[in-house]
Write a protein that binds this ligand. Structure first.
Ligand SMILES: [Zn+2]
Length: 496
């Protein structure tokens, strides 16, 4: 409903959307101290030192791995990396910021002018990325905590475990026009960050926080309208919903001649609305100035080349490779987006180079995916007790027609269930179908199930073809059709 009304609003107004994403970087230690970043689930205030508590006189030391993660991200989005960058203090007061400032990058981000192509229901779209820079995370406030014996029944506590954790901020140009583009961008960025190993980027765990700047302008006009920042979107779905809601809300206000105010709004997932949180600060309010405790950071070409050399295949390149191998764009996107499917696809393809990629794709996104959900992948890269080599042999047998599809599927299911090697499974099938007595048992079963066929045969109707078809089906198409035909005719003649 909201999406529909947002679409109506977009006939009159053009939405101008920019996205800011904060990602927690995957490092052992924090941004400017040696404290561990493995504080998830730990008691509050157990991962701290004078630096991340902001005690006077404590000095920051740069985490090299965090810098490399931002450079790797910059390379992956085709951004330029400056030869020299610097750190600035972003000053503001909030109880989760003990120093009264955050060390960040303002004038020279570690990566600038990148782009990320995405696919949407309306076709391909490229998101222009202004910058990616490095900063430190804040502490966490636990509002409404009940403290036993306290005079105030509900109070706010501060947990400094997250304080000083490395954070990458990625900012787009205001180039996004629809809520769907915003969601797709966030999804594709998550995939990319995970592929290059710089962040786990789990939205529900707060490792990837998406904020959207949304404004409207009448179609055909240039000047930007009043911008509203939307926060607290904890899933991709809520990113799309919140932006669609905001487009609709702003359009209604503009239609009614009501002025919009520059503000920060939160997304209430329960009520499916945005609500006003506070007036929005401008960058002037932060009084940025160079960090006196850290020298400028030189980034030499050899360092960048070393990071580039370690870059794995990126999701877009992987999708292209799959599509070139004969997989549909839809299946390629599904497999690349799912780590288990991707790993199984690679393992099976590597085990049997002659198996058509489409055959492998159908398998890993079908019965294999269902099993993988419950058992996970084994060390060989496939689900349960199965192994990539056996799966490749069975898929190849199906693909080249040496075994019928239903029988082949049955063998794959049996292999997935107990790990019986493909060679053993195929040998069993070969003996049951090359042996006349086994075929005759199938024929008798088919005749018993179709008593009318015998009556028809006696009445002179041509029913042999139908019965042969039933027998072939019962053997999964694996039997020799000529032999089955001869045996069926023999049986029918015996009946007549
Ligand atoms: Zn620390």
């Amino acid at each position: 409903m909201t999406a529909e009304r947002a679409a109506n609003a977009l006939e009159r107004y053009e939405a101008v959307i920019g996205i800011e994403i904060h990602c927690q970087l995957r490092t052992e230690s924090k941004m400017f101290c040696a404290c561990s970043t493995q504080y998830d689930g730990a008691p509050p205030n157990t991962h701290n030192c004078p630096t991340c508590l902001g005690l006077p006189g404590a000095l920051p030391v740069i985490n090299k791995r965090a810098v490399e993660h931002v450079i790797a991200t910059g390379l992956a989005i085709g951004a330029s990396i400056p030869a020299r960058t610097q750190w600035e203090r972003k000053n503001y007061f909030y109880p989760d910021l003990p120093k009264g400032y955050q060390i960040s990058q303002y004038a020279i981000p570690l990566a600038a002018n990148g782009r990320l192509p995405i696919e949407t229901s309306a076709g391909p779209f490229t998101v222009d990325i202004t910058r990616a820079h490095l900063e430190e995370d804040t502490a966490k406030l636990a509002h409404g905590t009940v403290v036993a014996g306290s005079a105030a029944p509900r109070t706010t506590l501060v947990d400094f475990n997250r304080s000083g954790a490395p954070l990458m901020e990625i900012v787009t140009e205001p180039c996004i026009r629809t809520a769907e583009q915003a969601r797709r961008y966030a999804e594709e960025l998550q995939l990319l960050l995970r592929a290059i190993g710089v962040s786990d980027a789990d939205m529900e765990r707060g490792q990837m926080r998406v904020e959207a700047n949304v404004s409207l302008r009448p179609r055909g006009t240039e000047p930007f309208g009043t911008r509203v920042e939307v926060k607290n979107m904890n899933s991709f779905r809520s990113v799309e919903r919140a932006i669609a809601f905001e487009i609709e809300r702003q359009a209604a206000a503009l239609d009614a001649g009501e002025p919009l105010v520059m503000e920060t709004r939160g997304w209430d997932d329960g009520r499916q609305v945005t609500y006003r949180m506070r007036a929005k600060e401008t960058s002037d309010d932060y009084r940025y100035f160079p960090e006196p405790d850290l020298p400028p950071l030189r980034v030499d070409g050899a360092w960048i080349d070393g990071i580039r050399a370690l870059q794995p295949e990126l999701p877009a390149a992987r999708r292209e490779r799959y599509i070139a191998a004969g997989i549909t764009p839809y299946d390629a996107a599904v497999i690349v987006a799912d780590p288990d499917m991707r790993r199984a696809f690679e393992a099976i393809s590597a085990a049997g180079a002659s198996v058509p990629a489409k055959e492998v794709a159908n398998f890993v996104s079908g019965s294999h995916a269902r099993l993988a959900k419950t058992t996970g992948l084994n060390e060989r890269g496939t689900a349960g007790a199965s192994d990539p080599a056996s799966i490749a042999v069975l898929l190849a047998a199906i693909a080249d027609g040496s075994i019928g599809r239903p029988a082949g599927r049955d063998l794959l299911d049996r292999h997935l269930a107990d790990g019986t090697p493909a060679a053993d499974l195929l040998a069993t099938v070969a003996s049951t179908i090359s042996d006349d007595s086994a075929l005759l048992a199938h024929i008798d079963a088919v005749i018993a199930a179709n008593p009318k066929a015998i009556a028809d045969y006696k009445a002179g109707k041509p029913v042999a073809g139908f019965l042969v078809g039933q027998v072939m089906r019962a053997t999964g198409g694996a039997a020799d059709a000529a032999r089955v035909t001869a045996l069926v005719r023999g049986r029918l003649d015996a009946e007549g």
